[in-house]
Design a protein around this ligand. Structure first.
Ligand code: UDP
Length: 491
């Protein structure tokens, strides 16, 4: 009997299934969601596995994506053991951790969470063909190894910062100075870069607890198969290659991932529900002149003690440019500061300033034509989102790898000016109520940026390159395809 071709078993297409485990912080969850969408757009299967609170934050985006594109990103949430580690109930994201000491409890809770993830994968998702592990999930590479699949790490840092970290791990140059405030030269770069240990990520701090965690993270980093970077080749010229060469890991630059958000809802409801009425915000921006507005936001958790907070506000009032100022942790500000804020910003100057207390629709604001500058802490997502929108930067780093990013922004790419933040401050605000950056410095930096041509011209060029990178034929498009093919070959 002849068998028609229709009845022959077809060769099974090897569609890889990526399991994304975003680290539980907004600056990781948000780009990880974008990465899931980009992989799905490139026809890979994707599951995001997180906790209930984090799943609720990204569910509207995933639902919209699945509805609009017949895509099929699965969103799975597993119980997070917060109270077991002395954290408030439902404390499932770094931005909900009430104080710095509890961050260590949070980190330990993520390890127990990891055991559940491992169980879940073995019992319900053995078909997974690659794990993309978040920065702090030090157990992710072991889970992947047991399953026999590759593991990629997503740190959330850019290539330049990752390369600097790699050099520091190798040379230990940061351990030479006696004090954390002493400047030392970061080796391995084609220019001199003086930086202090306190301006480096926690991986390089010397307290016993930090060192223990840093060691676990480093062990994780050296066991993974590769690194995913939210960046594009034309931006951090050569640093992804240097990272690959020095770390011996495959490095895929696949960004700027925020550019996958093209509809108004996706741009306005990214990572969290906005606390400002988006229509009102856009209307206010519409009422301003083109390239005139300064957008001021210090990421998902950046906030100041009252004196520095007021000094920044006075700088914004003294500057002739209108501003949108995003304020986090409003409830921590004293009553008198809140009254001052209401009187000077909401009552007297509402046509010149818009306050957003809570969560701002950042990429919708940055892409509005009236926005002409961004005062930012230089978190990597904010940096890249500013580049993708063609908005030059006033760099005001606070902590983490932000001082490394400033070097790239101000001295290498020359797309921003420094406010002169001086020293790093403690995560989640200062212990001391001091002023590090004076109002005159705020005014000076804004003036320099808004009146300057060079930074604006350069960032406009990069905006075009960013767009091209994700289009067919672009470097990030190509790297996404390569990543999928690499994993497909391991199935
Ligand atoms: N973000 C936002 N609204 C806010 C604050 C932050 O949409 O009010 C987003 C921002 O667009 C970025 C992320 O949160 O995608 C913050 O990441 P970044 O790396 O800039 O800083 P982090 O919060 O990690 O310090």
């Amino acid at each position: 009997m002849e068998i028609s071709n229709n009845y022959l078993p077809k060769a099974k297409p090897q569609i890889p299934h990526f399991l994304i485990l975003p680290w539980l912080a907004p600056g990781h969850l948000i780009p990880a969601t974008d990465i899931a969408r980009l992989l799905a757009e490139h026809n890979a299967s994707v599951t995001i596995l997180t906790t209930p609170v984090n799943a609720a934050r990204i569910k509207p985006t995933i639902d919209r994506f699945n509805d609009a594109s017949a895509g099929d990103i699965s969103l799975v949430s597993l119980y997070f053991p917060a109270t077991e580690f002395g954290l408030p109930e439902g404390c499932e994201n770094v931005d909900m951790v009430p104080s710095m000491p509890l961050v260590y409890n949070f980190y330990n809770a993520t390890k127990l969470f990891g055991q559940q993830v491992a169980r879940y994968i073995h019992e319900q998702a053995p078909h997974v063909s690659c794990i993309i592990g978040g920065m702090g999930y030090v157990w992710a590479a072991d889970v992947a190894r047991e399953l026999g699949v590759p593991c990629f790490i997503f740190h959330g840092f850019g290539s330049f910062a990752l390369y600097c970290c790699e050099i520091l791990h190798k040379t230990k140059a940061h351990e030479i100075p006696d004090s954390a405030a002493e400047l030392f030269n970061l080796p391995g770069l084609p220019f001199e870069f003086k930086i202090a240990r306190k301006e480096l990520p926690m991986h390089f701090q010397q307290s016993k607890k930090d060192k223990e965690i840093a060691e676990e993270m480093r062990n994780y980093e050296v066991t993974v198969d590769g690194v995913l970077v939210n960046s594009f080749e034309q931006l951090e010229q050569g640093y992804a290659g240097l990272l690959q060469k020095n770390s011996g890991k495959k490095v895929f630059t696949i960004g700027p991932v925020s550019l996958c958000n093209t509809t108004r809802l996706d741009m306005e409801e990214r990572g969290n529900k906005s606390t400002v009425d988006s229509d009102r915000c856009i209307e206010w921006l519409n009422s301003q002149k083109s390239n005139s507005v300064i957008y001021v936001c210090f990421g998902s958790t950046g906030s100041f003690a009252p004196k520095q907070f007021k000094e920044l506000g006075l700088g914004l009032l003294a500057s002739p440019w209108p501003s949108v100022w995003v304020i986090k942790d409003v409830e921590k500000l004293p009553g008198e500061t809140l009254i001052w804020l209401r009187e000077n910003f909401e009552e007297k100057n509402s046509s010149k300033s818009l306050l957003i207390k809570g969560w701002a629709p950042q990429i919708a604001i940055l892409s509005h034509p009236s926005v002409g500058g961004f005062v930012t802490h230089c978190g990597w997502n904010s940096t890249l989102e500013s580049v993708a929108a063609g908005v030059p930067i006033v760099a005001w780093p606070l902590y983490g790898e932000q001082f490394l990013n400033v070097k790239l922004i101000v001295d290498v790419l020359k797309i921003g000016v420094s406010v002169g933040a001086g020293e790093a401050m403690a995560w989640r605000g200062e212990k001391e109520d001091i002023v590090r950056v004076k109002r005159e410095d705020v005014v000076r930096a804004i003036e320099k940026l808004m009146n300057g041509e060079e930074e604006r011209r350069r960032v406009a060029e990069l905006k075009e390159k960013a767009k091209l990178a994700l289009e067919k034929g672009g470097s990030s498009f190509f790297n996404l395809e390569n990543l999928i093919q690499f994993v497909a070959q391991t199935i």
